[in-house]
Design a protein around this ligand. Structure first.
Ligand code: FAD
Length: 473
């Protein structure tokens, strides 16, 4: 069991980063010890904000020597409580925010080397300045940082075309719990020299080491894009539309998002400035993006072709193509507000599942029945990255129900929804990770051999058990 650091130990930590970057009073530490939804309130002995890899190495060596727990933190946008300390007040929060340099943009190799604290929005802008695209995009991109995105293997809206952080990472620089530095900042697409060590740290949620920098892939900026909002009568029709769009656009199909009418209704009711995109109301909507490396006209023609075929096949009730980038942005803002729009509707129980794409309609039908059986009248605010098989299967309390009574149903409801996803060869955490929130669920459902291997890896890299204890495993 890691120990509580005493005053002298805290002084030694503070001397590594300097007093200005060693926060100790409660008010200064407050933004680092709780996450945005207030679900996992914690306490810390200190918050350290190192400015260099060398400082991180010295902090980790001291942490292992003194058995002080360390919680790495990026933009604090994680949704499973992985980035905040527990309530014991023994841990040090290690914020990477000051390490926010872009070390190199190599256009000919299509790579960028970014430090862990670079905010995703800044990374995308730096790529754009060089005439390139860093394709990962998600609603939290104004705060989420490279280290956190890698540690949660973040996805977002363009995974369909470009993959998630694991696919976009070529090399890593990592500080191990012992303070040793793994310098693996390779720029190579091909390198078959043994174990691919970087993969251990991607998606590890800060339990094996501290990511300090990464080599990330860039892609050419498309010359044209076309967005469409499509109303469909069923999730089966949406699935057929996805197949058609893939066949016609191939890798130029960038995003394919499914949006349930209840989720859309919440956004229209609660997010100022939003408007229903179509005149008709349909049970499901699809927001899709097609890119072209030729021109806007080419992307437009591809989208028109897809929609004409889909209309002829009876897959589409109605559709609109935005006439300007501003109109397209407004449609995407609507999509990105869906999660926040659920809050004014009262208590919610959220599930971040994935199943094979072909099984999405079946999952939705069976999971909806599970929810209705457990919480009659509860409202499904379901939406997600259908092209990746990933749904945010969110449930809002019945109108006029007691929030506390609805919250009490979380255990049985989530267990049953997760069991269904697993039965359908899916996962109970597609994007957000395990953190504190799903630790028990992982332990209860992961294959015993997989759990054994994860525990052995953890013990090998972190023998003192100081790296983000109580998370993931
Ligand atoms: C509105 C909203 C929309 C979102 N949409 C999506 C989405 O579409 N797709 C998606 O995948 N996620 C999404 N997320 C989740 C979230 O943005 C991701 O989990 C993000 O990748 C976390 O980045 P961060 O910098 O905020 O990390 P944090 O929240 O600070 O940390 C996340 C985890 O990484 C660890 N960590 C952080 N930095 C390091 C480091 N340098 N080294 C080692 N470990 C580290 C932490 O200990 C923690 O376990 C969304 C979140 C919000 C709030």
């Amino acid at each position: 069991m890691p120990a509580s650091p005493d005053h002298d130990v805290l002084e030694r930590f503070a001397s590594i980063v300097g007093a200005r970057h060693a926060l100790r009073d409660d008010a200064a530490m407050a933004p680092y010890v709780q996450e945005r939804r207030g679900l996992h309130p914690g306490r810390a002995a200190m918050v350290l904000r190192p400015g260099s890899v060398d400082e991180v190495c010295r902090i980790m060596a001291l942490a292992t020597a003194t058995r002080t727990p360390v919680v790495p933190q990026g933009g604090n946008t994680g949704l499973v409580g992985g980035q905040v300390p527990d309530g014991s007040g023994r841990a040090i929060v290690l914020s990477l925010a000051r390490m926010n340099r872009i070390r190199e943009v190599d256009v000919a190799s299509d790579i960028v080397i970014a430090e862990a604290g670079v905010v995703l929005q800044d990374l995308r802008e730096a790529a754009a300045d060089a005439g390139r695209l860093f394709p990962l995009s998600l609603a939290s991109q104004g705060s989420a940082q490279v280290g956190g995105l890698l540690s949660t293997n973040a996805g977002g809206t363009a995974v369909l075309a470009h993959g998630n952080m694991r696919d976009l990472c070529l090399g890593l620089e990592v500080v191990l719990p012992t303070g040793e530095r793994l310098d693996d900042l390779r720029k190579l697409r091909k390198d078959n020299t043994g174990y691919d060590l970087k993969q251990l740290f991607i998606g590890a949620e800060g339990t094996l080491g501290v990511i300090t920098a990464a080599v990330l892939r860039l892609v050419p900026q498309p010359r044209g894009t076309q967005t469409a909002w499509v109303g469909v009568a069923s999730s089966q029709a949406a699935l057929a539309l996805l197949q058609l769009a893939r066949e016609r656009a191939g890798s130029d199909l960038i995003a394919f998002e499914l949006i349930g009418e209840t989720a859309l209704g919440f956004a229209l009711a609660h997010i100022p400035g939003t408007h229903r995109p179509l005149d008709v109301m349909t049970p499901w909507s699809v927001l899709l993006d097609v890119a072209s490396h030729q021109s806007d006209a080419d992307a437009h023609a591809t989208m028109e072709g897809i929609l004409a075929e889909a209309l002829a096949a009876g897959l589409v009730v109605d559709a609109v193509l935005p006439a300007s980038q501003a109109q397209a942005d407004a449609l995407w803002r609507l999509r990105e507000s869906l999660s926040d729009a659920q809050r004014p509707e009262g208590a919610s129980i959220k599930h971040d599942i994935a199943v094979p794409v072909s099984r999405i309609p079946d999952f939705i039908a069976r999971a909806a029945q599970i929810v209705e059986d457990i919480a009659p009248g509860a409202r499904l605010a379901c939406f997600g990255h259908m092209g990746d098989g990933n749904l945010h299967f969110n449930v809002s309390q019945p109108v006029d129900a007691e929030a506390a009574a609805f919250h009490a149903l979380r255990g049985p409801m989530s267990d049953a929804v997760h069991a269904l996803a697993l039965e359908m060869e899916g996962t109970l955490s597609a994007e957000h990770g395990i953190g504190q929130l799903k630790r028990a669920a992982l332990a209860a459902t992961a294959p015993p051999v997989a759990l054994m291997m994860m525990r052995k890896l953890k013990a090998t890299f972190d023998p003192a058990g100081i790296m983000n204890p109580g998370k993931l495993l």
